[in-house]
Write a protein that binds this ligand. Structure first.
Ligand code: F6P
Length: 799
């Protein structure tokens, strides 16, 4: 805007300045000439007007007629005085205010007669002397005294210099106004032409973009655009490729698709992931050997396939007891670990570990992240705790991770994927270290409304930190809206709803929903036999009959997951439908997490207690039958979890609040045989995609119990119908698509920045912000964006 204003004002000032000087130079002499001419002409007119009267008065020797005419002429304020002399000393007739002692004397003679003061005054007057010829016969004695052969009389016309000056000034003012007006017209003309030129140029670029580069390809693009053509062509190619990929509904989003996309759109660009939790944890066993553990983390489940597809670097907290023993001097290790005697993996990547002291971990991870932000963002009615010392650690650890990323970056513009609420400050810190980086931050948990977020004493700092990102992702449009509303409440930022972006401190951040998902694999050939084997094996291991009905719950032991409410729903089911006593159980896998925090140890205690109480209650009603709650508070690896999914015909996901919840999606993906029922909390992000689940309010115990009863009696045909719809959606909106959409948006942003740089280089003008947004919009339209957006699109179409 400033540049634009300058572009208007500077030419205006320059033109006015030049014209001002010109008007000064030209108008002075010009006006003097005009005034002189006017005075001379007026004196001439006076002489013509008086000539007859003079002749008459000379002939008749009577000056009264002449004197009258002279008086009437001097009534005009421009004429000061008039005299007619027959000789320098003899005045024939004169107006009243003519200095009589002067007669018609000139020069020194005149000064002698009137004295120096009057002479000075006279010198300021405009005095014009005109000799008028008179006939020899005329005048009798009067003229012939002075000029016996006829000769002449002298007419003296004095004009008022002040009046002439006033008119002079007036004319000068008009002239200046004329020049100024001319200047303004010229400046406007200049601006209009410049503006037209700029628009013409922009339209040229637009034409090249909108005709798909045809004009550029045929060499018909205008010459001003020629320097940009390589960049525009690349941009178009990338957009067309995106459209081709995304329009093609038959495309299978697989690791290969992601690889192709990285090669085509981010060719050669390095990708760095940052998360708190590491994807592989090296733990030391009691016997001294090392085992590799996979964490129970939805984030790791989702991001790992992306890393394997792009072979980048993952920076994370090294939390395992043997982590330090397996890294190189720069704290790096290649992962996934190669099994003994195995071949090197083609999709390995680098894990860079960051070491934290116990104090740092306490303040940053347990304190600010998990006692502060976690309960702040989840509505589970656990009060957030904010301590100043935790905040200080959180800041310090974010800065340490920023240093580690900058240290890992081989280029000055890597694509950095920042994961989750542990790193709200990291994007801005990274922006300071790597200004040209493309920073994609994904917030894996919900974002609350502005009132709730306002509880955090460092709300502004958190928002400012996050707005260092190029792209900021949430699971659902609702979380995006909450975030924008929060920014609006706390920061002086420019929010553009139309393209969902926030501009703050010179940085534009796109805020988008990217519903996270899971890897998708087509059903195995032996899916049925494998499922049957798993069903039998689990029942056998638990001492249950082959007909025993099972529901599964898999969670971290977290108060947001609604584990207690789930068990209460089982109790209510058995109370209402005693026929299921001894014939149905919930297998609850609960991976211990954050157990040093009071809220978590209290939950651990409560969950165990409720399971014990409900089982005792059931045992009283149906002695000797299997317990309704089979509680497994332990870690299970992903293969074991999948076996449980295949073995249990119902899954219960009853989170009180959840960003997405990948267990719901994993269960659907594992049901390759097409049967099974998912009971899903309406407060989990997954509910906005998996509509065919039995959606419940987990706080409403009876409703969940009813859903359980319905699931236990649902006809297999209905199960398959619902499962097929959910599986189709997941096959389409899988984790590769989640990552792909984010990376494509990043590629668009990078391309936009490159084209903009080029425009600045070529023209020195910053292109308007909206110019290169069309590709994203077009892709959103083609893609349907998220399943929710696709759904909205369909609804709109129907209407
Ligand atoms: O839900 C967000 C998330 O980051 C998950 O990805 C992960 O399961 C959890 O929170 C964090 O768990 P932890 O504190 O054990 O890393």
């Amino acid at each position: 805007m400033l540049r634009l204003s300058l572009a208007f004002i500077v030419p205006l000032v320059v033109v006015l300045g030049v014209l001002g000087v010109l008007s000064m130079q030209v108008s002075g002499p010009l006006l003097q000439g005009w005034t002189q001419r006017e005075l001379d002409e007026r004196a001439g007119l006076v002489s013509k007007a008086l000539h007859g009267a003079i002749m008459l008065s000379l002939e008749e020797g009577n000056q009264s007629e002449l004197s009258q005419q002279i008086e009437s002429l001097t009534e005009d304020e421009r004429l000061y005085a008039i005299a007619v002399c027959t000789s320098p000393n003899a005045v024939l007739a004169a107006s009243r205010n003519y200095p009589a002692e002067l007669a018609c004397a000139e020069g020194r003679d005149a000064t002698t007669r009137v004295g120096p003061a009057m002479a000075r005054w006279l010198s300021q007057m405009h005095v014009r002397r005109i000799d008028l010829p008179v006939a020899p016969a005329a005048g009798g004695g009067l003229v012939s005294d002075a000029a016996p052969d006829g000769g002449h009389v002298t007419l003296v016309v004095m004009q008022n210099p002040a009046e002439a000056g006033r008119r002079d000034q007036q004319a000068r003012n008009y002239l200046t106004m004329l020049f100024v007006g001319l200047g303004v017209v010229l400046a406007l003309l200049f601006i209009t032409v410049a503006n037209w030129g700029w628009r013409h140029w922009i339209n040229g670029v637009r034409r090249v973009l909108s005709d798909g580069g045809q004009a550029a390809a045929l060499g018909r693009a205008s010459p001003e655009i020629q320097p940009l053509l390589p960049d525009l062509r690349r941009l178009l190619r990338s957009v067309h490729e995106d459209r081709r990929i995304l329009k093609d509904t038959t495309i299978e989003w697989r690791p290969e698709t992601l690889k192709l996309l990285l090669r085509e759109h981010l060719s050669g660009d390095e990708v760095i992931v940052v998360s708190n939790r590491e994807p592989y944890i090296h733990q030391r066993n009691e016997d001294g050997t090392i085992r590799v553990q996979r964490p129970a983390s939805g984030l790791v489940t989702a991001v790992e396939p992306v890393m394997r597809a792009c072979s980048g670097t993952w920076v994370a907290h090294g939390s395992g007891s043997a982590d330090a023993d397996v890294v190189d001097a720069r704290s790096r290790v290649r992962v996934p670990p190669i099994p003994e005697g195995g071949e090197p993996l083609h999709d390995a990547y680098t894990l860079r570990r960051v070491w934290l002291s116990a104090e740092e971990e306490r303040g940053y991870y347990y304190g600010f992240a998990n006692e502060g932000l976690w309960p702040l963002c989840h509505i589970a009615h656990v009060r957030p705790v904010f301590r100043e010392e935790d905040w200080q650690q959180y800041r310090a650890v974010n800065a340490r991770f920023a240093d580690a990323v900058a240290d890992e970056a081989r280029t000055d513009n890597p694509v950095v994927l920042v994961q989750d609420y542990h790193f709200a400050l990291l994007p801005r810190m990274l922006r300071a270290r790597l200004p040209r980086a493309t920073i994609i931050t994904f917030w894996h948990i919900p974002w609350p409304n502005p009132e709730s977020f306002g509880i955090c004493p460092w709300a502004r700092e958190i928002l400012e930190g996050m707005l260092g990102s190029t792209i900021l992702g949430f699971h659902t449009p609702y979380h995006c809206q909450n975030f924008m509303a929060t920014v609006d409440r706390f920061l002086e930022a420019r929010i553009t709803q139309e393209d969902q972006s926030v501009s703050f401190m010179g940085q534009r951040t796109q805020v988008r929903d990217y519903p996270i998902s899971i890897p998708w694999h087509p059903p195995a050939d032996d899916a049925l036999s494998r499922a049957q084997a798993d069903q039998s094996a689990l029942r056998e291991a638990m001492g249950l009959s082959p007909e025993h009905r099972l529901a599964i719950g898999v969670d971290r032991l977290d108060y947001t997951k609604g584990i207690v409410e789930r068990m209460l729903a089982v109790e209510r089911l058995l109370d209402r439908h005693p026929m299921w006593l001894g014939r149905f159980s919930l297998v609850q896998i609960a991976a211990p997490t954050r157990s040093s925090l009071e809220a978590y140890s209290a939950l651990d205690h409560r969950v165990r207690e409720e399971a014990r109480r409900i089982n005792a209650w059931a045992a009283e009603r149906a002695p000797g039958t299997p317990p309704p709650i089979i509680l497994l508070i332990e870690q299970h690896d992903s293969e074991s979890v999948r076996r449980h999914y295949r073995a249990c015909e119902i899954a219960m996901v009853t989170s009180l609040h959840d960003g997405m919840n990948l267990v719901a999606k994993e269960y659907v993906a594992a049901r390759e045989t097409g049967d099974g029922v998912l009971i899903l909390s309406r407060f989990a992000g997954a509910a906005s995609e998996l509509h065919e689940a039995l959606v419940v309010n987990p706080y409403h115990i009876e409703e969940t119990a009813d859903a359980l009863a319905k699931a236990l009696t649902m006809h297999p045909a209905e199960q398959r119908e619902r499962m097929r719809a959910m599986r189709t959606r997941l096959a389409d909106f899988n984790i590769y698509r989640w990552a792909g959409r984010m990376l494509l948006d990043a590629a668009d942003e990078r391309q936009r920045a490159r084209v903009q740089d080029r425009i600045v280089q070529v023209s020195g003008v910053v292109a308007p912000e909206g110019l290169f947004r069309a590709p994203w919009r077009a892709r959103q339209a083609a893609n349907g964006g998220s399943p929710a957006a696709a759904e909205r699109g369909k609804r709109a179409h129907k209407v």
